[in-house]
Design a protein around this ligand. Structure first.
Ligand code: SF4
Length: 213
């Protein structure tokens, strides 16, 4: 069963050829470890902390800079809400297609639910129209709708750890209709593609540039 993740949808939009390399041919180019290292450590730490595990060894392995980022997450108002789940895999159907992803954390306060996404790098330029926002909100809403009827609120919060800011997107029926439409169209476009075209405006930032002719 093919499950479309936010990254798959993003990559296809960026360059269909890149999508073909990465997700059809499954040709992965190793990328420099340093770029993702801080983010990985913070995500792992947050997950173990929220689960109630002992994080002393992980804390001791942080650099000074990483420790400051961790403190900023610990003090974040949304990270301090009540824990529901973390590294939470969710899938659901939009039309004929499956979509899904892994939420950094799912928190609550009474019947108000929050999907958290920690960003040690850049936050999307238009957070409410980002595929990650759309996929996660649609998936989490399906789970809540099964158990809670209409008696809940749901938001997506990007926690920008670089600038100590939150970007919150509140889900509503208007967004739901819009997101279903956008996601279904995006999946349809990929599955009906016969020829994965190149978008040569993006080559300077692409890990496949050495191999793509
Ligand atoms: S090098 Fe350019 S055309 Fe080739 S996959 Fe990357 S972005 Fe697309």
């Amino acid at each position: 069963m093919q499950i479309f993740s936010p990254n798959m949808l993003k990559v296809y939009e960026e360059c269909p050829k890149k999508y073909e390399y990465r997700y059809v041919q499954k040709f992965n180019v190793p990328q420099s470890k340093g770029v993702f290292e801080k983010g990985k450590k913070i995500h792992a730490l947050a997950h173990y902390y929220l689960r109630g595990d002992d994080i002393q060894k992980l804390l001791a392995a942080l650099t000074d800079d990483e420790y400051l980022v961790w403190k900023s997450l610990l003090n974040n108002e949304y990270f301090q809400k009540n824990y529901v789940n973390s590294e939470y895999n969710l899938t659901t159907k939009v039309g004929d297609f499956w979509i899904g992803g892994r939420l950094d954390a799912f928190m609550k306060s009474d019947n108000n639910y929050f999907i958290l996404d920690y960003k040690t790098g850049a936050v999307p330029k238009n957070p409410s129209e980002d595929y990650q926002t759309m996929v996660y909100l649609i998936c989490a809403n399906e789970v809540l709708a099964k158990g809670w009827g209409n008696n809940y609120s749901l938001s997506f919060v990007y926690i920008d750890l670089k600038n100590n800011q939150n970007h919150k997107i509140t889900f509503d029926t208007e967004k739901k209709t819009h997101y279903y439409m956008v996601l279904e169209n995006a999946c349809k476009k990929i599955t009906t593609t016969r020829n994965f075209l190149k978008n040569q405006n993006r080559c300077n930032f692409c890990e496949y540039s050495k191999f793509c002719h």
